[in-house]
Write a protein that binds this ligand. Sequence first.
Ligand code: ADP
Length: 394
Amino acid sequence: MKIIAVNAGSSSLKFQLLEMPSEAIITSGVIERIGFSDSVFTIKVNGDKKRSVKSIKNHSVAVQIVLDALIDMKIVKSYEEISGVGHRVVHGGEKFNDSVLITDGVLNEIEQLKDLAPLHNPANATGIKAFQEILPNVKQVAVFDTAFHQTMPKESYLYPTPFAWYKKHGVRRYGFHGTSHKYVAQRTIDLLGKEIDNSKVITVHIGNGGSITAVKNGKSIDTSMGFTPLAGIMMGTRSGDIDPSILPYVMEKEDWSIEEAISQLNQESGLKGVSLKSSDMRDIVDGVNKGDEHCITALNLFAKRVSDVIGSYYITLGGCDAIVFTAGIGENSKVARKAIIDRLGALGILLDEEANQVRGEERLISTPESKIKVYVIPTNEEVMIARDTLRLLK
Ligand code: ADP
């Protein structure tokens, strides 16, 4: 059975076609710059990348082009071979604690949630509608970034702000990257050979965006992103948690609007803001190797922010069996991982320096003496989307 996993952005459409239940990737690709005259379509088949540039005016045209390419390249004989389409949807609010089959009502709810995710949910909904239009008889499933975190207890998801903010306006911690945290947590529990009901795992998803989750018995009980993805640890261009009073102070000094100030926190902060150089960890490491003071400070600040949250989740979980690193930095940067783990000595964590050389592969990177196991596990959100789609088709 063939399932497409889709991630639609405002001007992009990423997809992966998977054979299920074997989870083999048949093909994957992306259309970028939808709505522009120079849209770029890239598709990968048997390790070969094909790239073409043409005008793709909207998401419906993009979906048509993807499906036509599947037929032209003889990957499928007809649309009937596609049994389901799973969509990544960023915000499910408090409404969705699991993936769901998309009905008119569900699509409406996803659109209603645009208040909470103004950039993402409308784009996700556009992707869903484009597939509905072209594959009207194929079942579609929504997989929410927030759903995994709906198991958090009140003391994790409520802010100590007036209760009316929550009641009237839904101000609470939602958390994001849920599909990734769930995937690596499940995989870690498998590798530990533990019963899920007796497991404590800290998942560290650090890419350009980043969040950390405390997973007890397979369920999220706390996570570092909050009402929006701006909260929590330091990221590529986002500040993570700061004292909110800094905002009006800087706004007054610089004569900034609230939009300008928030954009400074979303786009000009994090590794980029502190290093004065780049939001990319590779450039930061390069700077560290050259003795660049700003890059050294950026790496130290990043490692402190991440290790402090890990330490606090050790308490939240009442111990910890394993810590798992994933996403761009977590999977690829031995320097960032070492900088973080070096700060966790108080928990009895010992890094195996040799194993830590790993890049983009599953590996245990702690020594046998380490009190907590540390893993690198490449995340796979597409497989999770395809698994949930398969489950709901049945
Ligand atoms: P996103 O949050 O956009 O999905 P990714 O998970 O793809 O991001 O992570 C992208 C980031 O991963 C890059 O900005 C870079 O900082 C980091 N990264 C990727 N490869 C390496 C590497 N070899 N060494 C260090 N950092 C890397």
